[in-house]
Design a protein around this ligand. Structure first.
Ligand SMILES: [Zn+2]
Length: 320
């Protein structure tokens, strides 16, 4: 699918987006001019009175990237992915901190150490997270300026980290519910980066894999689970990971470390999503949100597919 072209009339009123071929012929015939490159937008030299067909904007905020898609009559006509610079921002701030610390320690006049004199406003997010919200909002504003968007869909909470990290606290009911299975799979996809942990294969259905095999006493806890492609899952069977990857001790070490580390991103993703939601409310657009409970019916059975193109397939198949 190639992205549709966004269209404005001479008063910069957003019109129904058109196919690239249509835009090409308009441009060739001199009936339109290029207005913006990203997203590609053309402007017509005349006033258009017709009411455009409204579009919907879907947002899928993630830890490393945020997916954006425009829908027209329930099909995706434009999709894009924002890559976040969280780590870069963190590194830059760390650099600055070290520089300042060095400066304080130099032989200069005495400076009293700072103590409890920092205040953070309500709703403060770390700069590396705040920028996710801000860059996403920039794109939301840009897209709503160029396209007749009437509502925004955002998935608010992807998984309940509290319950995933401490399955004991929530009791057996939660663990056995449908949501548990869904949330665990979604959590694993996020944690292991949507690729087979053994061979790195992407774009393939992934299966939940026990690192320490169940037959040898491996548990069902999230820290013992990972994702593997069908071939690797079959090949590993009930071997220990050390035996299966005996030629690659580095990979074994990496997998075991990553398995133990809880997904730091998960909590961050959730807090970023809430902040984004609050920001979206200020745009005056109609906001629809989904939570794990709401989306599970749309998602079950689909989440093992790698998002094709730029958005997860769920957006394309959401209507029941
Ligand atoms: Zn594999």
């Amino acid at each position: 699918m190639s992205n549709y072209v966004l269209v404005l009339d001479t008063n910069k009123k957003p019109l129904t987006p058109c196919k690239p071929s249509m835009a090409r012929s308009l441009l060739k015939a001199g009936k339109a001019a290029v207005y913006h490159r990203y997203p590609f937008t053309i402007i017509l030299p005349k006033k258009v009175m017709d009411t455009p067909t409204s579009c919907q904007l879907k947002i899928d905020p993630g830890s490393k990237t945020t997916g954006l898609a425009l829908l027209l009559n329930d099909s995706v006509i434009w999709a894009g992915e924002l890559t976040h610079r969280g780590q870069q921002i963190k590194d830059t701030l760390l650099n600055r901190r070290q520089l300042r610390r060095g400066r304080r320690n130099r032989k200069t006049r005495y400076r009293q150490a700072r103590f409890l004199n920092r205040k953070r406003p309500d709703g403060w997010l770390a700069p590396s997270l705040e920028h996710r919200v801000q860059t996403t909002m920039t794109w939301v504003k840009r897209l709503t300026r160029f396209c007749p968007v009437d509502s925004v869909y955002q998935e608010l909470v992807r998984f309940d980290t509290q319950k995933l990290q401490n399955p004991e606290v929530s009791g057996a009911e939660y663990q056995q519910g449908e949501l548990y299975g869904y949330e665990v799979r979604e959590y694993l996809l996020e944690k292991w980066g949507r690729a087979c942990v053994y061979c790195g294969a992407e774009n393939t259905p992934l299966e939940v894999e026990h690192i320490a095999p169940k037959s040898k006493g491996g548990s069902d806890r999230v820290s013992n689970l990972t994702l593997a492609c069908h071939a690797c899952n079959q090949a590993k069977s009930n071997q220990d990971i050390q035996d299966f990857l005996s030629g690659n001790p580095d990979l074994v070490k990496r997998i075991l470390n990553q398995a133990k580390a809880p997904l730091k991103d998960a909590a961050a993703v959730n807090s970023t999503r809430w902040k984004l939601y609050n920001e979206l409310k200020t745009t005056g657009l109609q906001i629809h949100t989904g939570s794990g409970g709401l989306t599970k019916y749309n998602l079950v059975g689909l989440i093992f597919l790698k998002p094709t193109g730029l958005m997860p397939p769920v957006w394309e198949r959401q209507s029941p």
